[in-house]
Design a protein around this ligand. Structure first.
Ligand SMILES: [Zn+2]
Length: 154
Protein backbone atom coordinates (compact mmCIF):
# COMPACT_ATOMS: atom_id res chain seq x y z
CA UNK A 1 0.00 0.00 0.00
CA UNK A 2 2.25 2.82 -1.18
CA UNK A 3 1.52 6.31 -0.04
CA UNK A 4 -0.09 7.07 3.24
CA UNK A 5 -2.61 9.54 4.41
CA UNK A 6 -4.12 10.27 7.75
CA UNK A 7 -7.41 8.67 6.82
CA UNK A 8 -8.09 5.00 7.40
CA UNK A 9 -8.17 2.99 4.21
CA UNK A 10 -11.50 1.44 3.37
CA UNK A 11 -11.78 -2.05 4.70
CA UNK A 12 -14.59 -3.92 3.02
CA UNK A 13 -16.70 -5.81 5.50
CA UNK A 14 -16.28 -9.05 3.59
CA UNK A 15 -12.49 -9.12 3.90
CA UNK A 16 -10.85 -11.19 6.57
CA UNK A 17 -10.47 -9.21 9.77
CA UNK A 18 -6.85 -8.15 10.45
CA UNK A 19 -7.13 -9.37 14.06
CA UNK A 20 -6.83 -12.97 12.90
CA UNK A 21 -10.03 -14.57 14.15
CA UNK A 22 -10.74 -15.72 10.61
CA UNK A 23 -14.04 -13.86 10.60
CA UNK A 24 -14.99 -11.17 8.12
CA UNK A 25 -14.16 -7.65 9.26
CA UNK A 26 -17.79 -6.53 9.21
CA UNK A 27 -18.84 -9.34 11.57
CA UNK A 28 -15.73 -9.03 13.74
CA UNK A 29 -14.02 -5.79 14.76
CA UNK A 30 -16.00 -3.74 12.25
CA UNK A 31 -19.09 -3.82 14.48
CA UNK A 32 -17.13 -2.26 17.33
CA UNK A 33 -15.40 0.30 15.13
CA UNK A 34 -18.76 1.49 13.84
CA UNK A 35 -20.15 1.71 17.36
CA UNK A 36 -22.86 -0.87 16.71
CA UNK A 37 -21.72 -2.93 19.67
CA UNK A 38 -19.20 -2.79 22.48
CA UNK A 39 -16.51 -5.42 22.72
CA UNK A 40 -17.85 -7.90 25.29
CA UNK A 41 -14.50 -9.02 26.68
CA UNK A 42 -11.06 -7.58 27.23
CA UNK A 43 -9.68 -9.85 24.52
CA UNK A 44 -12.30 -8.71 22.02
CA UNK A 45 -11.45 -5.10 22.83
CA UNK A 46 -7.75 -5.79 22.46
CA UNK A 47 -8.31 -7.42 19.07
CA UNK A 48 -10.46 -4.52 17.92
CA UNK A 49 -7.76 -2.06 18.99
CA UNK A 50 -5.11 -4.02 17.10
CA UNK A 51 -7.34 -3.86 14.03
CA UNK A 52 -7.81 -0.13 14.61
CA UNK A 53 -4.02 0.27 14.63
CA UNK A 54 -3.81 -1.76 11.43
CA UNK A 55 -6.50 0.38 9.79
CA UNK A 56 -5.32 3.64 11.41
CA UNK A 57 -8.66 4.25 13.07
CA UNK A 58 -7.41 6.79 15.61
CA UNK A 59 -10.88 7.89 16.80
CA UNK A 60 -11.63 4.31 17.84
CA UNK A 61 -8.32 4.02 19.67
CA UNK A 62 -9.13 7.17 21.64
CA UNK A 63 -12.70 6.07 22.34
CA UNK A 64 -11.48 2.82 23.91
CA UNK A 65 -8.64 4.38 25.91
CA UNK A 66 -9.18 4.94 29.62
CA UNK A 67 -9.39 8.71 30.24
CA UNK A 68 -6.65 8.49 32.88
CA UNK A 69 -4.08 7.39 30.31
CA UNK A 70 -5.56 8.56 27.06
CA UNK A 71 -3.20 10.67 24.96
CA UNK A 72 -4.32 13.68 23.02
CA UNK A 73 -5.26 12.92 19.46
CA UNK A 74 -2.17 14.74 18.20
CA UNK A 75 0.02 12.48 20.31
CA UNK A 76 -1.21 9.31 18.63
CA UNK A 77 1.58 9.20 16.13
CA UNK A 78 1.23 6.12 13.95
CA UNK A 79 4.34 5.34 11.91
CA UNK A 80 3.19 5.73 8.31
CA UNK A 81 5.67 3.07 7.15
CA UNK A 82 4.59 0.46 9.69
CA UNK A 83 2.19 -2.34 8.72
CA UNK A 84 0.67 -4.62 11.32
CA UNK A 85 0.63 -8.05 9.75
CA UNK A 86 -0.30 -10.57 12.41
CA UNK A 87 -1.73 -10.80 15.90
CA UNK A 88 -1.35 -13.70 18.31
CA UNK A 89 -3.01 -13.63 21.71
CA UNK A 90 -0.65 -15.42 24.07
CA UNK A 91 -2.51 -15.32 27.37
CA UNK A 92 -5.53 -13.73 28.97
CA UNK A 93 -6.52 -13.32 32.60
CA UNK A 94 -10.06 -12.44 33.66
CA UNK A 95 -11.54 -9.88 31.25
CA UNK A 96 -14.80 -11.76 30.83
CA UNK A 97 -18.38 -10.53 30.91
CA UNK A 98 -18.51 -10.69 34.72
CA UNK A 99 -15.08 -9.23 35.43
CA UNK A 100 -14.05 -5.65 36.12
CA UNK A 101 -10.44 -6.07 35.07
CA UNK A 102 -8.48 -8.19 32.70
CA UNK A 103 -5.13 -8.57 31.01
CA UNK A 104 -4.25 -9.71 27.53
CA UNK A 105 -0.74 -10.66 26.55
CA UNK A 106 -0.20 -10.60 22.82
CA UNK A 107 2.37 -10.58 20.07
CA UNK A 108 1.83 -8.21 17.19
CA UNK A 109 4.05 -8.60 14.16
CA UNK A 110 4.87 -5.65 11.98
CA UNK A 111 6.79 -4.83 8.86
CA UNK A 112 8.05 -1.51 7.74
CA UNK A 113 8.11 -0.36 4.18
CA UNK A 114 11.10 1.78 5.12
CA UNK A 115 14.13 -0.42 4.52
CA UNK A 116 17.09 -0.71 6.84
CA UNK A 117 20.33 0.94 5.78
CA UNK A 118 21.44 -2.45 4.43
CA UNK A 119 18.36 -2.64 2.25
CA UNK A 120 16.57 -5.38 4.17
CA UNK A 121 12.97 -4.67 5.10
CA UNK A 122 12.53 -3.92 8.76
CA UNK A 123 10.26 -6.16 10.76
CA UNK A 124 9.65 -6.97 14.34
CA UNK A 125 7.36 -8.25 17.04
CA UNK A 126 5.73 -6.20 19.76
CA UNK A 127 4.99 -8.32 22.81
CA UNK A 128 2.84 -6.53 25.33
CA UNK A 129 0.75 -7.28 28.37
CA UNK A 130 -2.17 -4.90 28.25
CA UNK A 131 -4.43 -4.07 31.15
CA UNK A 132 -8.13 -3.43 30.70
CA UNK A 133 -10.81 -2.17 33.02
CA UNK A 134 -14.54 -1.91 32.79
CA UNK A 135 -15.53 1.71 33.16
CA UNK A 136 -18.34 2.99 35.27
CA UNK A 137 -21.53 3.52 33.26
CA UNK A 138 -21.52 6.78 31.35
CA UNK A 139 -25.21 7.24 32.12
CA UNK A 140 -27.58 5.56 34.57
CA UNK A 141 -28.47 2.16 33.22
CA UNK A 142 -25.90 2.34 30.43
CA UNK A 143 -23.71 -0.69 29.88
CA UNK A 144 -20.21 -0.63 31.26
CA UNK A 145 -17.64 -0.67 28.50
CA UNK A 146 -14.24 -2.29 28.46
CA UNK A 147 -11.42 0.24 28.14
CA UNK A 148 -7.70 -0.07 27.57
CA UNK A 149 -5.78 1.15 30.60
CA UNK A 150 -2.11 0.63 29.85
CA UNK A 151 0.43 -1.91 28.78
CA UNK A 152 3.95 -3.03 29.46
CA UNK A 153 6.35 -4.84 27.21
CA UNK A 154 6.25 -8.53 28.10
ZN1 LIG B 1 -11.44 -8.69 14.30
Amino acid sequence: MPGTTGTPPASPDAERCPCGTGDAYGACCGRYHRGEADAPTAEALMRSRYTAFALRDVPYLLRTWHPDDRPDEAEVDLDPDQRWVRLDVVETTAGGPFDDRGTVTFEARWRSTAAHADGAPARGVLRERSRFVRAAPEAPGAPRRWLYLDGELA
